[in-house]
Design a protein around this ligand. Structure first.
Ligand code: HEM
Length: 449
């Protein structure tokens, strides 16, 4: 006979919400350490469940994935992602994933390397002056701008700078609003009119207009980006149908957001962690110089940039950009002797599982070497920065290629250290970003490319 899982007691009505909101990362870590692998968290009339053991994560994401939907859990991120692959369920999700998957084959992703290299090289040239004058700057801002410029080119081809900046600003306004909603008790109610509503609606309008225009303008002289072309051409084998215009607009918007905010945070954490570890920094630089010398990377170089890959995997372990994900149960489930009712929210946090001492030796330490032999040594879901099962990240290959190229190219040319006195702390919103950014100082440390 299964019973309810243990968990912290909360305040009347609000449950654990005030504590969770104050410091979400510490709260979830502590809940798992104190109460175990399955924790019940009272939140007003709802109960949330945090599952941390790799076997339980596997059960939800892979083994019995059909019983867990995004549905209610996805409502809060809908302003950013619309009705798109990321937020829909069931047959609609299957059809979209089927249409989208061919655009993300490893070959297609590898073909994007020259575009990533060229966009990164332009940023590195701009950095030169900061390096010569040792002027501190925020590398998280720079990574956001870089990954945004890359995803814009990948999705849409060449877009005038001013238009790209307008879209970038609009995304920030919407993302900020969604982030605020995540940790506001009112965020659990439908959106209420609040100050800033007009600004938010204008930003949503600007994004929709941009996406629709890019779809509509595709017959002009400019070639589309790789991904837009692929999505326009996508057809279901059986019905012969593709995405309609509204679906395409929302998919593009979602790819735009998911395709850069995550990698930008991941890269910012790489630079922060490296700034704290001179040994890893030297090793990374040595690898970049040995493999690449003074030339730009190609897709063929990526397998040889092995330590670079380990550094990225380790940064995604300690600071997984998608630090928590949620599902709603479609029916009651029994897991490991505990009962979780139907229509409950089930959370999994890679941030929590990635720091579990049962699976990670010296879990808080930055040690890229732990990935030297890949992932065979531990359970599959002890590490899941990209989720898993049928709804695993569709862009993971692209994200890893992009991060590897960017990290190798920066290491080839510059040494990154933290600006004196700068303190970095994580801010868990829709993405785990560094609050107030990561201020760094650059030194010219390598070869011109
Ligand atoms: C470091 C970078 C990234 C991280 C950490 C990341 C993480 C994730 C995770 C954890 C999920 C699963 C969410 C869940 O189970 O609820 C996911 C799904 C998704 N990601 Fe990523 N992602 C990254 C980059 C990208 C990129 C570059 C793209 C597109 C170009 C992308 C597009 C998507 C989409 C469309 C989904 C929804 C898939 C589905 O439900 O079928 N992501 N991502």
């Amino acid at each position: 006979m299964s019973g309810p899982p243990p968990g912290p007691r909360g305040y009347p009505l609000l449950g654990v919400f005030p504590r969770a909101r104050k410091d979400p990362l510490a709260f979830f870590l502590d809940a798992a350490r104190t109460h175990g692998d399955i924790v019940g968290l009272p939140l007003g009339v709802r109960r949330l469940y945090l599952l941390s053991h790799p076997d339980h994560v596997k059960y939800v994401l892979q083994e019995d994935a059909g019983r867990f939907e995004k549905s209610v859990a996805a409502q809060r991120i809908k302003p950013l992602f619309g009705a798109s692959l990321t937020t829909v369920d069931g047959e609609d999700w299957r059809r979209r994933r089927h249409l989208m998957q061919p655009a993300f084959t490893p070959q297609r992703m590898a073909a994007l390397v020259p575009l990533i290299v060229e966009t990164t090289a332009a940023m590195l040239d701009r950095w030169r002056q900061s390096a010569e004058t040792a002027r501190p700057f925020d590398v998280f801002d720079e990574m956001t701008e870089l990954t945004r410029a890359i995803i814009i080119r990948v999705l849409f081809g060449e877009v005038p700078d001013a238009e790209a900046r307008t879209v970038g600003r609009a995304i920030s306004v919407v993302a900020e609003r969604v982030n605020r909603g995540l940790w506001s008790p009112l965020g659990w109610l439908p959106w209420l009119p609040t100050p800033g509503q007009g600004r938010y609606e204008r930003a949503v309008g600007a994004l929709d207009t941009f996406m629709s225009r890019r779809i509509g303008e595709r017959h002009d002289a400019r070639p589309d980006g790789e991904l837009l072309s692929a999505l326009l051409a996508a057809r279901d084998h059986a019905s012969g149908e593709g995405f309609d215009a509204t679906e395409l607009r929302d998919e593009l918007k979602a790819l735009f957001v998911a395709g850069h905010s995550t990698s930008a945070s991941g890269l910012a954490w790489v630079w922060y962690l490296l700034s704290q570890n001179s040994g890893a920094r030297s090793r990374l630089r040595r690898e970049a110089r040995t493999v690449l010398g003074a030339r730009r990377p190609t897709a063929q170089d990526l397998v040889d940039l092995d330590y670079t890959r380990m550094v990225i995997e380790e940064a995604l372990r300690l600071y997984p950009p998608t630090w928590i994900t949620a599902r709603t149960t479609t029916a009651a489930v029994d897991i490991d002797g505990y009962r979780i009712p139907a229509n409950a929210t089930v959370l999994r946090s890679p941030f929590v599982t990635h720091r579990d001492p049962r699976f990670w030796e010296d879990a808080e330490r930055f040690a890229p070497e732990r990935f030297r032999h890949g992932h065979a040594a531990r359970p599959r879901y002890a590490y899941f920065p990209f989720g898993g099962g049928p709804r695993a990240c569709i862009g993971s290959a692209f994200a890893l290629i992009e991060m590897q190229v960017v990290v190798a190219m920066v290491a080839q040319r510059y040494e990154v250290t933290l600006a004196p006195g700068w303190r970095v702390e994580p801010e868990p919103g829709t993405v785990l970003a560094p609050r107030r950014g990561v201020r760094i100082v650059l030194r010219l440390g390598g070869t011109e490319v």
